[in-house]
Structure formats: structure tokens, C-alpha cells
Design a protein around this ligand. Structure first.
Ligand code: ATP
Ligand code: MG
Length: 406
């Protein structure tokens, strides 16, 4: 990709109305552009990051047997009335047609996935099933001031599992929890797991996956010695107390962002739609369901909050919009290296602009692409290679460069 042709422009200053680092840096770098509070346009480099995060999530969902679908974003009112959501869910966006018919915009999809799945399930032998999608969600959030961390329109992975009984659900719940932890680890994030009582419809246990960051909107207590972690909203504990789990560590208070959660939905949705299956004993039963959400666009924002310096973003390799940012400076074009990297199948953004070295370096630091490769009169037939996260550069050959980034 040629930077001279790239559909974006970097800005020296962040928009005044952006309060969080993620929104400031992503906007300055031209990765996203705010359309209005809570809604962003994704430009080429921003979209690449979103797609990379999405792919990690997809791989881990597929590994545990998830099957990907794409459900409609616009829903009939009847489905939401059946579950009570039309009345009870305050963030639900409602749309009216010119024919006065009403619709809901998807904010979570139990109302759609339950009939979709259960119409295809006859007996217990058809279960378990885990169905997921990666799609936009709409929520009428009151405050949307945290950049990508809280959108009114945002990108989510939502999976729903269907089981013949509680025991089978419990088995899968644990598998899904582990898959979530793998996702965060692959993205270079440390997620703490809080245990919480369920959402509006269930008193069951749910788990929230929290990444510590001051940009987050959740207050948590965590133990400095073991994995104990609770959301302050529901906590019986106080800051400074001895950990109730290990009895050794102390509880610290921190701000965190919820990057995912998993819920035990029980039998509510099967019952609401009266869609059951024939159990082993021949009777009609309702499925025990789980739902598993991950905020993909929020994750993009959280990664920026956790990985930046005063010059810009610092992408972990797995989420970096490109593998290599190639700069030709002080009269050296770099076009030949660009060709070779492309032939070798390396994703590369080539700064071929007629700009001075200072400008090129500043953009490279702002974009935060994992590897920066510079060719200049000083580097001769070698290339100066540096990781955005490190300060030391080294001189390498084109072969060494390809080997290092592949
Ligand atoms: P929050 O407490 O932050 O509002 P939630 O409990 O409403 O989150 P869920 O309904 O379980 O969240 O949605 C699943 C995931 O989607 C969340 O864990 C989070 O990562 C993400 N998410 C939820 N709301 C938003 C939003 N408004 N903008 C971006 N991501 C969101
Ligand atoms: Mg919410």
C-alpha cells in the first residue's frame, strides 16, 4: 500500500471534543473518524486493525465448535415483545416505518437466534450448538465519550450456545471462558475475570473480562496475590481488605474496561418462544442457553489505551494494521525494497511521499505499525529495522528483514 495514495490524512492535533487517548490517537492517525457521538467511520488502516482483531476472535470461536452466521440487524417488534425486551431494555433502539410498523435494531440477538436455531432442533441429539456472528450492534447509550470504548453503534462478536441440560451447559461454559482468555492473551492483553450476578433476566452467574485502564468505566477490586477480582457495583468487599479468596493478598481498587462477558441464560428464551426439543426420556424440554459477547471495536480502543506513548500508538503484531512501515528518506526511494516485500507476501505500508524524514518518522510513530524499516543514504544496501515498541534499531539485509517479520 502506497502512503501517497492512502485514503487518510494525519492531523497534528486531536479534535477538542475527544477526551480519551484511543479516540485522540486513532483520529489523528486517520484510522477512524467520528461521525457523531458514539458512531465512527473506519478508514483503511483502522478497518485493517478491526479485521485483525475480528479474525483472532473468529479463530478461537471456531476452535471450540462455534458456527458463524450473519443475522439481520433490523428485527421485528414481535420477537422483542415475546421476551419482554421491547419494554424493559432501555438501550433498545426502536425504528418506525412509514407504514407505522415498528422494528428494533439489534443490541444483542437472543430474540433472533433462539427461533433461528430451535426451529432446526428436533431432539436432544441435535444439541449442543454454538452459533455466533460478528456484526454491528446498536444501543441507545446515554454517554458516549470514551471513543471506541463506548459506541452507540459498535462491533461485537456474540455467540449463543444451546444445551440439553445444565450439566452440558456448565461443561461448555468453562470451555468458552478459556477461549476468551486465549483471545485476550493473543491480543497482548491481561484480562481479569470478575464473577457477577446475571443481567436483567437472570440471577445466574456471569463472568466479566476486565482489562485495567483508567479509560474504562467499570470500577473493580482485585487481589495483588491471586486472580480474585470483583466489580465494585456488587462487591461486599472494600479497598485495602484482605483478599477473601487467598487470605494473603490485599484488595486494590482500579478502573477497568469490560472487554467481554459470558452469561448463563437458563431456559428463559426457549420458554419465551415455546421452542423446545424432545429429550432422552421422550418429554419436551427447553434448551439451557448461554450467551458470550466480546466488544471487538472496544478491544481496538483498549489496545490503544494500553499500548501508546507520547508519539503515538504501538500495535502488538497480531493487531497491527500492516506488518511493516517502510520509509525511504533523504533521497533514497525504497521502491525496490517495497517490491521485494510485496513479492514475499509481506503486508507493507510504503511511505513514498515527497516529504522530509521528520514528517515520515512522526507518522510512523503515530501509526504504530509493529515494524519500521528505513532506507536512507546511511543504510547502504541494508535496511534499518526497528520495532515500534523498542528503541534499538539494527541493520539487516532484505532476506533478514523478511525472516524477522514473517
Ligand atoms: P457495559 O457494562 O460496558 O455497558 P454490557 O454489560 O452492556 O457492557 P454486553 O451486553 O454483555 O455488555 O455486551 C458484550 C460486550 O460488548 C461487552 O463486554 C463489551 O466488550 C461490548 N460492549 C457493550 N456495550 C458496548 C458499547 N456501547 N460500545 C462498545 N462496546 C460495547
Ligand atoms: Mg451496557
Amino acid at each position: 500500500m502506497l502512503q501517497s495514495k492512502l485514503f487518510t490524512r494525519t492531523e497534528r492535533f486531536a479534535p477538542k471534543d475527544e477526551e480519551t487517548v484511543n479516540a485522540q490517537l486513532l483520529t489523528r492517525a486517520g484510522f477512524v473518524e467520528k461521525l457523531m457521538a458514539g458512531a465512527y467511520n473506519y478508514l483503511p488502516l483502522g478497518l485493517k486493525v478491526l479485521r485483525k482483531i475480528e479474525q483472532v476472535v473468529r479463530e478461537e470461536m471456531n476452535k471450540i465448535g462455534g458456527q458463524e452466521v450473519l443475522m439481520a440487524m433490523m428485527h421485528p417488534k414481535e420477537n422483542w415483545e415475546k421476551t419482554g425486551g421491547w419494554q424493559k431494555i432501555d438501550v433498545l433502539f426502536k425504528v418506525q416505518s412509514r407504514t407505522e410498523k415498528e422494528y428494533a435494531l439489534g443490541q444483542s440477538e437472543e430474540e433472533i437466534v433462539t427461533p433461528l436455531t430451535m426451529r432446526r432442533v428436533q431432539t436432544y441429539k441435535d444439541l449442543p450448538l454454538a452459533i455466533y456472528q460478528i456484526h454491528w450492534k446498536f444501543r441507545d447509550e446515554l454517554r458516549a465519550k470514551s471513543g471506541l470504548l463506548r459506541g452507540r453503534e459498535f462491533f461485537m462478536k456474540d455467540m449463543y450456545s444451546f444445551h440439553k441440560d445444565q450439566e452440558d451447559f456448565n461443561r461448555f461454559y468453562e470451555i468458552a471462558k478459556q477461549a476468551y482468555l486465549r483471545i485476550y492473551e493473543r491480543l497482548g492483553l491481561t484480562a481479569k475475570v470478575t464473577e457477577a450476578s446475571g443481567g436483567s433476566f437472570s440471577e445466574k452467574i456471569s463472568y466479566e473480562f476486565m482489562v485495567l485502564t483508567d479509560a474504562g468505566e467499570d470500577k473493580i477490586y482485585y487481589c495483588d496475590a491471586c486472580e480474585f477480582c470483583v466489580n465494585q457495583e456488587i462487591a461486599k468487599q472494600k479497598e485495602g481488605e484482605t483478599c477473601p479468596k487467598c487470605g494473603k493478598g490485599k484488595l486494590f481498587a482500579a478502573m477497568a474496561s469490560e472487554v467481554g462477558n459470558v452469561f448463563d441464560l437458563g431456559q428463559k428464551y426457549g420458554k419465551d418462544f415455546d421452542l423446545g426439543f424432545v429429550a432422552e426420556d421422550g418429554t419436551k424440554k427447553y434448551p439451557v442457553m448461554g450467551c458470550y459477547g466480546i466488544g471487538i471495536s472496544r478491544l481496538m480502543g483498549v489496545i490503544v489505551e494500553k499500548n501508546h506513548d507520547e508519539k503515538g500508538m504501538i500495535w502488538p503484531e497480531i493487531a497491527s494494521p500492516m506488518k511493516v512501515h517502510l520509509l525511504g528518506i533523504n533521497g533514497v526511494s525504497g521502491a525496490e525494497i517495497y517490491q521485494k516485500l510485496q513479492t514475499a507476501g509481506v503486508e507493507v505500508l510504503f511511505d513514498d511521499r515527497d516529504a522530509n524524514a521528520g514528517e515520515k518518522f512522526a507518522d510512523a510513530d503515530l501509526f504504530g505499525i509493529t515494524w519500521r524499516a528505513v532506507v536512507s543514504p546511511k543504510t547502504g544496501d541494508k535496511i534499518e529495522l526497528k520495532k515500534r515498541s523498542e528503541s534499538e534499531a539494527k541493520l539487516v539485509s532484505i532476506e533478514e528483514l523478511i525472516a524477522a517479520v514473517k
